[in-house]
Design a protein around this ligand. Sequence first.
Ligand code: ADP
Ligand code: MG
Ligand code: MG
Length: 246
Amino acid sequence: APALRARQLRVSVQGTPILHGIDADLPAARWTSVVGPNGAGKSTLLKALAGLLRQARVEGSVELLGQPLQDLPARERARRLAWLGQNEAAADELPAYDIAMLGRLPHRAWMAPPSDADHAAVQAALRTTQAWQWRARPLAQLSGGERQRVLLARALAVQAPVMLMDEPLANLDPPHQTDWLRTVRGLVGQGGTVVSVLHEISIALQADDLLVMAGGRVLHHGACGDAATHAALEQVFEQRIQVRQI
Ligand code: ADP
Ligand code: MG
Ligand code: MG
């Protein structure tokens, strides 16, 4: 089974259709980039795949690791799928360590203190994103990029088999973008599935597969190296696409 499967996924908000019946299979152990112009519906698709749409009418189905999303208990869903949103809100008065520890909540019994495994996961995640040095600092005292690395650590700390990230590189400088790429490749190399919305086409093209969206529809879904994928990109962005390895 694919890691995520969408069938005839339709989303509308207050009567306005935003996604027009999306069919997509996102394969396991691969990294898929979702690209498309502003307003294409990328964030809405990611939220729908994560079951995070609240004020919207959602039709169609989503399966996560072979099971309908709505059949999964909330805690099981949260263990299977880690989420990093676009401009994610967080309790900015809390220290970075506590923020990252929130990623371990799906694993903990009600009111149980963090286990050694939880502390180990948080430490590993904060080290991976090079945010360990701020573990005692309130999020509000960090720069945009530093804050983003703490939120990325929170998502990594879940250690979920599937990870959805909407604009994860927001505010990250080039060295930390490269770190992020290495982290994603490591996750996928260990059998993880990563789906990310990315604005920077040259970075999006580092993925295994590309899902090209426009106007609430999927225009193309294929391997990044395929000529048809490049053609779809050039069509949707109306420009020549240069591939730059980083
Ligand atoms: P993208 O992430 O590709 O830029 P979004 O998924 O955020 O696009 O939005 C797709 C379209 O749906 C946009 O035209 C946006 O204005 C609209 N939209 C998204 N969320 C809402 C909402 N809550 N209410 C009304 N319109 C929305
Ligand atoms: Mg946008
Ligand atoms: Mg978006």
